[in-house]
Design a protein around this ligand. Structure first.
Ligand code: ZN
Length: 108
């Protein structure tokens, strides 16, 4: 079972206490974008096999959204942080790079 530490209330929550919110750090395209760009923003997600940043809601806890960095293949969690950030914190990037030197950060 997946367990994530909520960065707000510091509680180690089971997956059953959380609600997944999908891929994190998705940037909304500008108003003058093409229909293809806008439909990609609305409907298409990366769903990688490996390191992934995803939104989670601590529904049966403090009720706040946060972001988890984890590996979808091994379920290893690299850390969690506030959903109010526009890109992953440097300490989480360092932790991922330490364990996965070949990993390429595509959230830049
Ligand atoms: Zn919480």
């Amino acid at each position: 079972m997946l367990k994530l530490r909520c960065p707000y209330c510091k509680f180690m929550a089971d997956e059953t206490e959380l609600v997944p919110g999908g891929e994190a750090h998705i940037k909304r395209p500008l108003n003058n974008c093409s229909d293809d760009e806008f439909s990609s923003y609305l409907f298409y997600r990366k769903n990688p096999r490996g390191v992934h940043f995803e939104r989670w809601l601590h529904q049966y806890g403090c009720g706040k959204w946060f972001i988890a960095a984890r590996c979808t293949q091994t379920m290893e969690v690299f850390g969690t942080y506030s959903a109010q950030t526009t890109k992953p914190p440097i300490e989480i990037i360092r932790k991922i790079k330490l364990k996965r030197p070949e990993w390429d950060n595509k959230t830049k």
